[in-house]
Ligand binder design. Sequence first.
Ligand code: NDP
Length: 448
Amino acid sequence: MSEYDFDLFVIGAGSGGVRASRVAAAHGAKVAVAEEYRVGGTCVIRGCVPKKFLVYGAHFAEDLKDARRFGWNVPDCGFEWATLRDNVLADVDRLEGLYRNTLDNHHVEMIGERATITGPHSVRLASGREVSAKVILVATGAWPVVPDIEGAEHGITSNEVFHLDKCPGRIVIVGGGYIANEFAGIFHQFGSHVTLVNRTNEMLRGYDEQIRDRLLQISMMKGINFRFNAEMERIEKNEDGTMCVRFKSGDPVAADVVLFATGRRPHSDNLGLESAGVELDEKGAIKVDDYSRTSCESIYAVGDVTNRMQLTPVAIREGHAFADTVFGGNPRTIDYSCIPSAVFSHPPLAGVGLTEAQARNKLGTVKIYTSDFRPMKNVLAGRDERALYKMIVDATTNKVVGLHMIGPDAPEILQAAAVAVKAGLTKQQFDDTVALHPSMAEELVLLK
Ligand code: NDP
């Protein structure tokens, strides 16, 4: 008999928490997971999954227009936000059910309550129930940050955006990162007048500059408005529910919805971490070692709450590696190099490895190969949007150290190409592969 109620108690049933629970249980551990909201976490409930559906939905605006050039007789089509919203939310319900089934099938006890740590091996639930566990895993994710400006409470975040009553006629999106650029594309396609407000003149830091510039150029060409170096002063709400966004300088902007997409902070508040001596960094992230162990020996943390890389597949890997390490007798760490990522903007962009600037700093001499082309489909559609693929090569070894692209299906293409970059293949090895014609991806083996 164990001296504890559970071998593992997980706080947070998101991507990292669910994977860790399921794998630990499969290794024979007695597991419970506490979740105060819904099973699935940010990715499934209010992030990647519903966002991707909206991206698909938004794309029809251009597809329907382009279809006419391909001979289809498309009558004037209207867009109904409520239909898409309800279908998306219904699928989120379905997925949540699947996540619950997974936990059930692995005999993980699901506790629909908030849990607070009270010591290295103890947790108190909102109902007052006290639970003990040999190991505790914190997988509470991150939460949107809203800047401290007057009237900020009139704005929404990505938590609320999937539930809007109607599609806004005018939306102001604050921020220049992933969420801002993705929703700028989405709402623009739905017909909203979009203004993206950024505090600097740089968007999507971390991505290759040329690729980011191309997104900006295409977004502006499509009609998305940008306010750079804009310092917001306040948001005023009018009696009719509309808003006026005022800046320290420049004209105000009228809006029906203001969406804050200004980053996400590790969700580490009020978890009782101090009662077990779990240390946080200056951003509120739980400090962990390579095995996701915190400063308290029996407490681990994975996913966004550790702020290593705020990406779902990374949280899943961390959760899996934790469970294998602690309950599977297979200690393993995560390799954070060459992790591909994408922004599902219109068009999407994706990248893996070093950007040109990073490579020049790190390696000194690099060779750059680009292909700047108009995808075939765009040519016939009369669409003036060009794709850009860029390969960064270490001039000494000829290894491909970075690959970046913007254009239709860029994330799909990049995921496959990332295998080659991760494997350390050379430019010559890319060139040795015969092109698959006609495709956009063939540009990758034809770069001059
Ligand atoms: P990001 O970190 O991508 O971008 C935040 C943006 O907000 C930056 O432009 C930042 O400016 C700006 N900002 C930060 N604080 C303020 C402030 N106080 N006032 C004004 N502007 C501010 O965060 P997101 O919210 O877009 O997304 C959160 C995370 O979720 C991402 O980092 C990503 O890891 C993940 N995500 C991933 C997606 C994907 O994989 N496709 C999709 C959506 C989210 P500055 O650059 O100057 O700091």
